[in-house]
Design a protein around this ligand. Structure first.
Ligand SMILES: CC(C)(COP(=O)(O)OP(=O)(O)OC[C@H]1O[C@@H](n2cnc3c(N)ncnc32)[C@H](O)[C@@H]1OP(=O)(O)O)[C@@H](O)C(=O)NCCC(=O)NCCS
Length: 173
């Protein structure tokens, strides 16, 4: 399945499908910035806000589409400070629970990394809940573990959890 990069109108069109993926991820207990239960309409509104960032060139969003369903997504948030244009943060890598274990996250990650390099980004970074399944994926794809920040964010059930920071250098161009 080839991920599609969404422009701002495309993201608005797909906001409801992506909201379904986001609520499934939160319901599944993953720490992606939200507490459970996530109201589906709040999830739609959150994606609508992302469309403004896409239009401004500060965010790139990909969706893996299975017919009308969004089964996976990943985004890149570009640093906007003048001294940080070489850097981007990989955010919101999510695969629907019923599409996991088939290599889709690897594909999404590879797509975002290639696009970042093509855009001149030479450093990627991310954070993920310490001990989450995603850690295996990042280690297996050449990311370096920088360290752990305790009590970084609450999981969907409101319990503060540590986060692990990762980075990856990309070859220019
Ligand atoms: C983490 C996540 C994106 C993985 O998606 P996926 O499509 O199932 O991952 P893939 O099938 O591409 O697997 C990639 C690698 O991770 C490993 N992996 C995936 N899920 C795993 C799990 N639960 N436990 C251990 N390893 C796991 C796979 O074995 C694979 O490794 P391999 O290629 O060396 O065999 C998915 O579980 C998810 O959406 N989780 C919730 C959201 C989240 O935590 N996102 C990351 C936020 S930073």
């Amino acid at each position: 399945m080839t991920p599609t990069r969404l422009d701002a109108p495309g993201l608005l069109d797909r906001a409801r499908e992506l909201a379904g993926l986001l609520t499934d991820t939160v319901d599944g207990g993953a720490s992606v910035g939200f507490l459970a239960p996530l109201d589906p309409e709040d999830a739609v509104a959150w994606w609508h806000e992302r469309a403004e960032q896409v239009a401004a060139g500060r965010l790139a969003v990909w969706a893996a589409l299975d017919g009308d369903r969004a089964v996976g997504t990943v985004s890149l948030a570009f640093a906007d400070k003048p001294n940080s244009r070489h850097r981007a943060e990989l955010v919101k890598l999510m695969v629907h629970r019923d599409a996991r274990g088939k290599g889709l996250a690897r594909t999404l990650l590879g797509t975002a990394e290639k696009a970042a390099a093509a855009a001149g980004v030479t450093l990627l970074h991310l954070d993920t809940e310490t001990g989450s399944p995603a850690e295996h994926l990042y280690r297996a794809t050449g990311w370096t573990r920088a360290g752990i920040v305790p009590d970084y964010a609450a999981n969907p059930y409101g319990v503060l959890r540590p986060t692990t920071l990762y980075y990856k250098h990309l070859a220019a161009g």
